[in-house]
Design a protein around this ligand. Structure first.
Ligand code: DPP
Ligand code: ZN
Length: 789
């Protein structure tokens, strides 16, 4: 595997102005014909050869240059790509390439593949090269026309990007459609779908009065589950107009639900493809958390149309340019629609639980990484969530209006372009005249800076001196609310911490105040915070705080603390559960207040389950049976799981019997069993792998099974190493099916330095075994070699 470096970026010697694609979809193989208009990139000295990325899956059938077959001596194709060594015309010219691929055998889910009965595609980051030879890099932007041909009975729906410009029937029961996308785009935004799909339709009138057709495609039996996604889409379109003045730019916006999908969702131009779990939801099948995620991700992918598609990344090292910015936008969207305070607490909790450990571990990287082996490995909490926090810093420094002005200038300058994080910062700075050079450190360095704040009050002089030190020094905006005990907020100021040590003096502060720093992270407590306040820190957050921890011991201590807390608070917990229960027949509503009540009630029930006893058990069983929404049903099941024994198994069996026809609901059932802390559960998980509900070619299933298992301190971290062994076996097994999924799974070994010496040794032994296994993918190779000492 080859490591690529950001500093080695060079513009492409050739560009492509137009792309005509023709897909003949068949059961045995698919013929892909592409016609590219090649344009020399005159900024560069004239090149002698043209290299197009490819993959071992792509079989070359023919090449024509300006309409004539190219002689075999002029080109060479291998598993990396196609090189045209000689015979290149000067000026602009046409290149026609025919390739054959087998989507039905493609289990990597990159490029063109089958999911259920349909054909679908995933091209970010470098999937397009699995379809045909191409300049597979985001700074090559072209206009696309796509013709798709397939059997009409099996694949009545044929979709691609842009507008439908032609369609018709052909001989032999076949038919075709032709799609034209008027906007230039890089190939990672190309998409194709062919299947027997049902559609739900709606319309949105944009701020300039244009009607946009909105369509969500699913399997026929799932049409009743898309109403919430549709509502989220319309809200996202309106929010982006109201908040940033950004209007949708085509007459059609499609979403397709796909069962087998590596990512959460994909922002292909006007044809978003979604992991089904992020589209399909009804109150009885999806939890409040699922609804929240659907709303956020539908918003996220829609917002990419401007931040990602209209303006994209020059190279993949700049990924946070579009992802950090778009996560920031979806966080703000969800905050405006729901409770801003709760949303902030959730986002910060995620950052602390997922990003802080990543930034302190062997895979730590800056939000703009310097080197990469497989780009797929860099769709990380750092690039996304920390990237969003850096965007939030711009907002803190420039204010809402300044931030908006910066974004306006960014679009004015770069619409239709492929740019860098530096271009973004320059637009932000130029629009407001602010000096943002200090932010560079956030892009260049990994790690979580530590900030210490000291406060001194001089009663005689009436001054308050705030001193902050940070290591390493980066520009940090910290809102400091200065309050006096027992009084409302007195003053609020944004302190710019630009050096290693800095001091601010506040005048006219007569009494000693209570300082409140980092206010974006610590908001005032309201009723809706109670459920979060009940939760103890996650084990993943505790582990790095206790160097050399025995994870089992830590788990038992945490459990004992949780039990003691529950015992001490028993009357309050019982009251919270009682007072926040819905009356029978109350309709489900996804709304901040209702969600907060359910969260508090279910947190209380979960705590009471730790105390056990007949009364609690019977109450939980009754709630489990009577639940009318998945939030309450799954919470009751989780509480019964905690109680264990016969009721646990009965509840799991009842849940399976009820939901065996809903694969998305069964993911919860799988995860709950895989994560169980029953001693010796590893054997049960091995057995679960044989269950008919477990399809290892489905990424969601793998995550629910294996990532959930790794969250069990008792079984993943079993002292005899059996959990590590199981996980390593599974990584190697899944790597034969899907590299991206295997690479995510192997990440659970990254934290080995946090644990005691025995476990560290067992975990590194597992890493070594995987590193030396035959034929591991570059994806897994990159993670294990970086994790090893
Ligand atoms: N589809 C992924 C996302 O939206 C990658 N772009 O974040
Ligand atoms: Zn994204």
């Amino acid at each position: 595997p080859v490591e690529k470096f950001r500093k080695d970026y060079k513009p492409s010697p050739y560009l492509i102005s137009t792309v005509h694609l023709d897909f003949q979809l068949n059961e045995e193989s698919t013929l892909v014909q592409s016609k590219l208009r090649i344009v020399p990139n005159h900024a560069e000295s004239s090149p002698v050869s043209l290299f197009l990325n490819g993959h071992a899956d792509v079989v070359l059938e023919s090449i024509r240059v300006n309409g004539a077959d190219l002689e075999a001596s002029h080109y060479a194709a291998d598993a990396q790509g196609l090189t045209i060594k000689s015979g290149l015309p000067s000026g602009e010219w046409d290149l026609e390439i025919a390739t054959r691929i087998k989507p039905q055998e493609n289990t990597s889910l990159e490029g063109l593949y089958r999911s259920g009965g349909m054909f679908c595609s995933q091209c970010e980051a470098e999937g397009f090269r699995h379809i045909t030879y191409f300049l597979d890099r985001p700074d090559v932007m072209a206009k696309y026309t796509s013709r798709i041909e397939a059997d009409k009975a099996k694949y009545p729906v044929l979709l691609s990007n842009g507008n439908l410009v032609d369609q018709g029937d052909l001989e032999g029961g076949r038919h075709f459609t032709v799609w034209e996308d008027p906007f230039v785009k890089p190939c990672y935004l190309f998409a194709l779908v062919a299947g027997d799909l049902a559609v739900q339709e709606d319309t949105f009138r944009t701020m300039s009065g244009k009607d946009v057709a909105l369509r969500i495609y699913t399997d026929a039996h799932n049409t009743s589950k898309v109403a919430f996604a549709m509502q989220s889409l319309k809200r996202a379109m309106k929010w982006d107009e109201e908040t940033f003045g950004l209007e949708y730019d085509l007459d059609l916006f499609n979403i397709v639900a796909v069962d087998d999908f590596n990512m959460g969702a994909m922002e292909n131009k006007s044809l978003n493809l979604f992991n089904s779990r992020l589209v399909l939801a009804t109150p009885d099948t999806a939890t409040d958390a699922d609804f929240g995620r659907i709303e956020g991700v539908v918003g996220h992918e829609y917002f990419h149309n401007w931040t990602g598609n209209r303006v994209t990344c020059r190279d993949w090292f700049q990924l946070t340019l579009k992802e950090g910015l778009t996560v920031y936008r979806d966080q703000e969207f969800s905050a405006d629609l729901n409770s801003r305070g709760v949303k902030r607490v959730e986002d910060v909790a995620r950052l602390r639980a997922a990003q802080f450990p990543e930034d302190a571990g062997p895979l730590a990287h800056a939000i703009r990484p310097d080197s990469v082996i497989k780009m797929d490995n860099f769709y990380t909490a750092t690039v996304y969530e920390k990237g969003a926090e850096v965007v939030r810093l711009y907002e803190a420094l420039l204010g809402r209006a300044g931030f908006r002005a910066g974004l306006d200038l960014y679009f004015a300058r770069h619409d239709g372009g492929a740019v860098t994080c530096d271009d973004f910062r320059a637009a932000m700075a130029d629009a407001s005249g602010a000096d943002l050079g200090g932010l560079e450190g956030w892009y260049a360095r990994a790690g979580t800076p530590r900030v210490e704040v000291g406060v001194e009050h001089d009663a005689g002089a009436g001054t308050l001196t705030v001193t902050a030190t940070q290591a390493p020094p980066v520009l940090t905006a910290r809102e400091g609310g200065v309050t006096t005990a027992g009084q409302a907020m007195l003053r609020q100021a944004v302190l710019r911490l630009e050096h290693q040590r800095q001091t601010w003096v506040f005048e006219r502060v007569p009494a000693r105040p209570v300082p409140s720093v980092l206010r974006g992270f610590s908001a005032p407590v309201r009723l809706t915070f109670k459920a979060h306040a009940l939760a103890l820190p996650d084990l993943a957050e505790l582990v790095p705080e206790v160097p050399g921890a025995d994870p089992l011991l830590l788990h038992h201590v945490r459990e004992a603390a949780a039990r003691a807390l529950a015992a001490a608070l028993r009357p309050e917990l019982e009251r919270a559960a009682r007072d926040n229960s819905d009356p029978p027949g109350a309709p489900y509503e996804f709304e901040a207040g209702a969600c907060a009540r359910r969260a508090l009630k279910n947190a209380a029930l979960g705590a009471l389950a730790r105390l056990g006893g007949e009364g609690v058990t019977q109450d939980l069983l009754a709630r489990f049976r009577a639940a009318t929404n998945m939030t309450d049903e799954a919470a009751a099941l989780a509480a019964l799981d905690r109680i264990g024994g016969k009721v646990r198994q009965e509840a799991l069996d009842a849940f399976y019997a009820k939901w065996k026809h809903e694969p998305l609901v069964l993911l919860k059932w799988i995860a709950m069993q895989a994560a169980s802390n029953l001693p010796g559960n590893t054997a049960a998980v091995r057995t679960l792998m044989q269950h008919e509900a477990v399809k290892l070619s489905n990424p969601n299933t793998c995550y629910s099974l294996f990532l959930a298992f790794a969250r069990s301190p008792v079984n993943f971290h079993a002292a005899d190493g059996s959990g590590y062994e199981f996980m390593a076996d599974s990584v190697l097994q899944i790597d034969q099916i899907n590299h991206q999924v295997a690479a995510r799974m192997v990440g659970v070994f990254n934290s080995w330095r946090n644990y005691d010496a025995e476990r560290g040794a067992l975990m590194t032994a597992a890493l070594r075994r995987m590193a030396s296994a035959n034929g591991i993918s570059a994806n897994v190779y990159e993670i294990v070699t970086k994790a090893l000492p």
